[in-house]
Design a protein around this ligand. Structure first.
Ligand code: ATP
Length: 344
């Protein structure tokens, strides 16, 4: 959703899960408070939360969501438990899921996802996912063997970049006017491949095996620092790319262990293997060139960003319409790198 320039913009967190829920796409809005510059400029809140309803009002228009957080809505601290924790549970049952932060530039997507190490870091969604994941693993580790892999990539102007590539370096300012990752010359570009069983893989991107919370947090930190940012009129540290932090959880569950007289397992009769992915996506801001004051390179970036977001919108519409899904309607995953990658 979009709000007017002088308003506290909103972030929609969309979760798409294959879990057997009533609906496979849910949308929550996170309203942020006015920040420094906006207060100085005398901006005023123009988003009102309708009491007792997951509904917001902007002027004469009303918008209804699955949840509304922030402002006079539900406290943002409830967002993780209500929207994301069930997806982490689903991961342990082998369900893939995606959490997307969508909104206009400066609306608080990076803050909400926790990919900004400066502020939202502890309360952001990704750090909370990591905490929940490892505390669950801790309770299950006696009966299940776990393997965790992390990848962190960004899509900038339809090009996939590896944010965890140990051979590339972060540079303060690139010729494109972005801060971000500088890839080693001659390195083949990352390619999206689909295996014969429909699994999407990224050829050439780094997958880091992690076994502790600290190791996973280090990946998030390293990738966040490498992300391409640039300044726009609406956010002086605007993320110019879609960033996708992917956690792959593999589990080998030991079933029916044969137990000896003293209670120790002596033989495993059967093993149950599960593998699932959770994509946590901080999308580039949807924007209008006029408002962001973008021209030249920034404008071209904006065109790519908006094209990717349009393709994503079309995929979500196709998936969110239960009737169409049952009729087997075509889901246009191939229209952009972003949707292709999130196909799972
Ligand atoms: N809930 C919040 N509470 C307080 N400050 C916030 C909140 N959400 C965002 N902010 C602040 O608002 C500013 C813009 O937020 P952020 O960079 O997360 O926006 P964004 O939507 O990711 O923007 P872009 O698309 O341009 O990257 C930052 O200074 C951030 O600290």
């Amino acid at each position: 959703m979009e709000a007017s320039a002088a308003s506290p913009p909103a972030v929609a967190v969309t979760a798409a899960a294959a879990a057997a829920e009533d609906c496979c796409v849910k949308v929550a809005v996170h309203i942020r408070p006015l920040i420094g510059d906006e207060k100085v400029q005398g901006c005023e809140d123009c988003v009102t939360v309708v009491p007792g309803k997951p509904q917001v009002q902007i002027g004469a228009h009303s918008f209804t969501f699955d949840h509304v957080y922030g402002s006079t809505g539900t406290p943002p601290s409830a967002m993780f438990e209500e929207c994301v924790a069930p997806l982490v549970d689903g991961l342990f049952q082998g369900y893939n899921a995606t959490v997307l932060a969508y909104g206009q530039t400066g609306s608080g997507k990076t803050y909400t996802m926790g990919t900004n190490l400066k502020d939202g870091y502890q309360t952001g969604i990704i750090p909370q996912v990591m905490n929940a994941l490892f505390s669950r693993i801790e309770t299950l580790k006696h009966q299940t063997e776990f393997q965790l892999q992390v990848s962190f990539i960004e899509i900038l102007k339809e090009e996939v970049r590896d944010l965890l590539d140990p051979t590339s370096s972060s540079k303060a300012d690139s010729p494109s006017g972005n801060t971000g990752k500088v890839t080693v010359p001659g390195k083949p570009p990352i390619q999206i491949r689909e295996s014969s069983n429909g699994v999407i893989t990224l050829a050439g991107s780094t997958e880091v095996s992690v076994s502790t919370l600290k190791e996973m947090a280090a990946c998030l930190e390293q990738g966040s620092l490498s992300r391409a940012t640039g300044s726009t009129n609406m956010n002086n540290q605007s993320s110019r790319s879609h960033a996708i932090f992917t956690i792959t959880l593999e589990q080998m569950r030991k079933l029916n262990p044969v137990v000896s007289g003293d209670g120790n397992p002596i033989e495993t009769m059967n093993e149950d293997y599960l593998c699932a992915k959770l994509h946590l996506v901080d999308l580039a801001g949807s924007e209008r060139a006029k408002r962001t004051g973008s021209d030249g390179l920034r404008f071209k970036e904006g065109v790519h960003i908006n094209k990717g977001l349009l393709a994503l919108g079309n995929v979500i519409s196709a998936l969110g319409d239960e009737k169409k899904r049952k009729e087997g309607v075509h889901v246009p995953y191939r229209d952009s790198k972003l949707t292709r990658l999130l196909q799972v």
